[in-house]
Write a protein that binds this ligand. Structure first.
Ligand code: KG4
Ligand code: ZN
Length: 352
């Protein structure tokens, strides 16, 4: 199938054309992120105004680059939530208009199901074996989905079915990077700026706590790490910022992977471990995750999104998710949907 994806959940306007949920023919992303670099986050009203301006040119670019017309499309997949309501509405209203005028079936896709689908785009990237080409999906798959809005661990039996094993109780992992960067005086978004600064520092210079280490849970909690950073900066005037950034980054990675290690060790039937969402762009997290998978006796494959553009918000992953929903749910994929700022993924992922 040929699917047009539209994603406008935060500060980006993205439109993509994807064939069979895997082959990306175009993936255009216009972002107003630069505007927010000196602030600690996004201003919703400004983001939505920018999206209204970008929507039509981005749409035209995506169709032109893919060399397709509306008549070639089998379906349109649009992010229905969660996200900033004004931003989401720019995408859903545009997609409803196009679907209605050109008589194309429309699918509302959960944003996080998009991230979960991002590892199939162009076949994904195997960190342990970079030369590997397209490999078919091998379920069950453990997926760590970590962005600025959520941090979830899913054990999936198919593209759209699975069990939520753990979730953050407070901040998302991306938020821990963003708030940490703000404390360190580094620009927004915090993930890339902490990663860049950490390259000049020693990850073992400062010790950060391993949250929830003694609890029988796969949940996450990042508030303790954030507080530890606050007190470290207060109590250590003149602390070497690259050292602090590298140690804090390792603290976040250690917590993310500690839960994963417990699950992978107790379940040798898990064939693949995926990391998706904005935080999956982090090279240190990838390095530590690859080391973990290689250490385990059943050595699950680590698959991450093929490019950095597929880690952060993009429309190609929404088109891929749309394809999988059609394949696994049939006509239910086209049920009417509402645009919603809060939307739990459990409402979309079928229980196993
Ligand atoms: O998935 P995403 O683009 O948007 C949401 O759905 O939230 O994720 C954005 C988040 C931000 O918090 C950003 O700091 C984080 O992903 N991020 C990173 C990196 N690149 C983006 N975190 C760590 N390392 C990175 N290289
Ligand atoms: Zn996202």
């Amino acid at each position: 199938m040929l699917i047009l994806g539209i994603e406008t959940s935060c500060d980006e306007t993205s439109v993509a054309v994807v064939r069979d949920g895997v082959h990306v023919l175009s993936n255009i992303i216009a972002s107003s992120r630069k505007t927010f670099e000196r602030l600690a986050g996004v201003i919703p009203e400004q983001a939505a105004r920018h999206q209204v301006e970008c929507m039509m040119p981005v749409l035209r670019d995506a169709l032109t680059q893919a060399n397709v017309t509306y008549a070639d499309l089998d379906a349109i997949a649009v992010t229905k939530g969660p996200g900033l309501l004004g931003s989401l509405l720019v995408g859903t209203v545009a997609s409803r208009a196009i679907a209605s005028v050109h008589k194309i079936p429309l699918i509302g896709v959960h944003h996080t199901l998009g991230h979960l689908s991002s590892t199939w785009l162009d076949g994904g990237l195997f960190i342990q074996d970079k030369a590997a080409g397209l490999r078919p999906a091998s379920f069950p798959i453990l997926t760590l989905s970590a962005s600025g809005g959520h941090t979830d661990l899913w054990l999936r039996s198919s593209h759209t079915a699975g069990t939520l094993l753990g979730r953050t109780r407070d901040d998302a992992a991306g938020e821990a990077f963003d708030k940490g960067a703000s404390m360190l005086g580094l620009p927004y978004p915090g993930g890339p700026s902490i990663e860049k600064t950490a390259k000049e520092g020693k990850p073992d210079a400062y010790k950060f706590p391993l949250p929830l280490r003694n609890e029988e849970t796969f949940d996450y909690s990042f508030s303790g790490l954030k507080t530890a950073l606050k007190y470290l900066l207060r109590d250590t005037p003149g602390a070497n910022i690259p050292d602090v950034a590298a140690s804090y980054q390792d603290g976040i990675c250690a917590h993310l992977l500690d839960r994963v290690e417990r699950i992978l060790k107790s379940n040798s039937s898990i064939r693949e471990f995926h990391v998706v969402g904005g935080v999956s762009a982090n090279a240190r997290l990838r390095e530590l995750a690859a080391a973990l998978c290689s250490r385990l006796s059943h050595a699950p494959l680590l698959r991450v999104p093929k490019t950095l553009a597929y880690c952060t918000d993009n429309a190609a992953m929404i088109a891929a998710a749309g394809e999988f929903v059609i394949c696994e749910r049939g006509n239910d994929a086209y049920l009417p949907f509402a645009t919603e700022a809060s939307l739990p993924l459990e409402a979309t992922i079928a229980a196993q």
